[in-house]
Design a protein around this ligand. Sequence first.
Ligand code: UTP
Length: 291
Amino acid sequence: MKKIRKAVIPAAGLGTRVLPATKAMPKEMLTIVDKPAIQYIVEEAAASGIEDVLIITNRGKGLLEDHFDRAPELEERLAADPGKAAVLEAVRNISRLCNVWYVRQKETKGLGHAVNCARSFVGGEPFAVLYGDDVIIGEDPACAQLIRAYEKYGLGVAGVKEVSAEAIRKYSSLKVQPLEGGCMRCTDMVEKPGPGEEFSLYSILGRCILPPEIFDILDSTPPGFGGEIQLTDAMKALAREKGMIAVDFTGKRYDMGSKLGVMQANVEVALGHPEIGEAFREYLRGLAGSI
Ligand code: UTP
């Protein structure tokens, strides 16, 4: 079985739900305390053993590229100040995480279309997809949990969580049967099900492992919901033809594509932050008393 060495991060969406913040800046650069969302995601990929990451971009490409590049002038300035050693290390480590590559999605035609832009980067290998606006924080990297399921079952893998009956209307719903250790067999799925159309409350949230055959499926996937090429539609064909594995991953997922998700991520990460955690807790206590 081929090892998973490559990951694709689609980051070319318009981010209309978090406008106007995303007018000139990709939503993947929105910060959680002191790091942009995309850094948490690349860190997760690197911690899962991924060596090469392809970021699918369109506008704001410069910002993303600069973030994962060296910053010689800044590093020189920080190196001259002994008090800045820790921040210098943090800045340098970003460019050492893994090899980061970029390709542009020329038209914003949906998540499936964005993933299809990765065909020549991926070649004939299975690969991981980490959605650029889904940050997952936990002890065991979510991507690594999916890779282990791929290594065990040799099938495409979808990272899932149970969502509320209300939320399932906005997401996908998977037909699953339990296996073991948080894994389920998935044989069908439906995107944004209407009342009564859902298979279960398990929904794909932000991570999957796909075999290279997904590209031929994507080529023949017609535009779906919203007139966009939906990755879920291609995964549905894969699940029906070959079967997939759904992994109920551990870790907390934050939707950085929504204003509420951005605030939840910032508050929760700030509370556990080594530098500001204590002061922020005090601040929140005071604030809570007044609301
Ligand atoms: P979303 O479904 O949240 O789409 O994308 P969006 O257009 O960015 O968001 P809204 O609804 O307008 O607020 C899920 C992930 O897929 C990427 C996004 O950048 C995000 O990381 N994406 C989406 C692309 O790369 N290309 C696309 O055409 C669409």
